[in-house]
Design a protein around this ligand. Structure first.
Ligand code: GAR
Length: 318
């Protein structure tokens, strides 16, 4: 179960929606902390009532760095793996965002990339848009610009004011945010998500194609006719718990070294292990896709025709 900290500044109705979603039977996350920069944020009371730990640190009289550090320390203390911003009206410092790269989500009341920043409803009405809405996105240093994970569309009525429209967008947000958080925190163990990422990386290497082998997707280097496999995707095959990519090592010595030295990352797959293929586990918390890329390239090199590896070597020299 993923642990999240929710940061609020105001009424906290999105936090409430997330909180009650976390109490349903099939929940994918739990709230470890609700933190706020405003002591009177009414969401704090609800969190306390529901037995959730809260933390308050006013931003007044503190530098951004100091304030961020206090909020971050509280989140870490509570064991949070993700930060979920729900009406948190403070911009986080770039350093903070970098430290939590890919682990901070925000909800923004517009259909991004439209209307970043403030007054989104007034701007949508003014522009004569047919729909407004809300977006859940990954937080990056640039404001409201990270990958959009999910959106809810809300029709704009002829007589809508920013307030009347905003009230309906809130209802939509309460449906959207808990689900988007659940999908996001569980995607590291979602075979479809992991395979899609792996496929992008594998097919980015020169002259590669996808071909199934014994029911598993595989990737080959070289021509359709004479290509050779450099990677297989394995989704809990042959009794293993792992979702993994199988790549070629230099042989049994290296394979056994990896498996014994770093059992959280590597395992010896059934059948393929006998010929020096190692399983690199994808469904683990600290997965580093650069590391997977390096393995794919290395494995690709070991089977790709010389005319292709020469091209890459030449390109690497610049
Ligand atoms: C939400 O509508 C959210 O989209 C917006 O603040 C509201 C918080 O309401 N966020 C932003 O404007 C971020 N720039 P809540 O406190 O009731 O959840």
């Amino acid at each position: 179960m993923a642990k999240i900290a929710v940061f609020i500044s105001g009424s906290g109705t999105n936090m409430a929606a997330i909180l009650y979603a976390s109490r349903l039977a099939d929940a994918q996350f739990e709230i470890a902390l609700v933190a706020s920069n405003m002591a009177d944020a009414s969401g704090l009371e609800l969190a306390r009532l529901e037995g959730i730990e809260t933390f308050v640190h006013s931003h007044k009289g503190h530098s951004r760095a100091e304030h961020d550090a206090a909020m971050e320390a509280a989140a870490m203390e509570a064991g949070a793996e993700y930060l979920v911003l729900a009406g948190y009206m403070r911009i986080l410092s770039d350093e903070f965002v970098a430290r939590w790269e890919g682990r901070i989500l925000n909800i923004h009341p517009s259909l991004l990339p439209k209307y970043k920043g403030l007054d989104t409803f007034a701007r949508a009405i003014e522009a004569g848009d047919s729909h407004a809405g809300a977006s859940v996105h990954v937080v990056t240093p640039e404001l409201d610009a990270g990958e959009v994970l999910a959106q809810a569309r809300v029709a704009i009525a002829p007589g809508d004011t920013p307030e009347s429209l905003g009230a309906r967008v809130k209802l939509a947000e309460h449906q959207l945010y808990p689900r988007a958080v659940a999908d996001y925190v569980s995607r590291g163990s979602d075979p479809d998500f992991l395979f899609a990422k792996l496929r992008d990386l594998a097919l980015a290497l020169p002259e590669t194609h996808e071909r199934e082998s014994h029911g598993s997707p595989g990737f080959r280097a070289g021509s359709e006719k004479s290509g050779k496999y450099f990677a297989y995707f394995s989704d809990r095959h042959h009794g293993s718990d792992h979702i993994a990519v199988l790549v070629k090592t230099s042989g049994m010595d290296e394979l056994l070294n990896l498996v014994e030295g770093q059992p959280d990352i590597y395992y010896k797959p059934a059948f393929y292990g006998a010929s020096g293929w190692v399983g690199v586990i994808l469904n683990r918390p600290d997965l580093d896709w650069d590391h997977i890329s390096e393995w794919l390239e290395r494995s690709w090199r070991s089977v790709a025709p010389a005319r292709l590896t020469k091209l890459i070597d030449a390109a690497d020299m610049f």
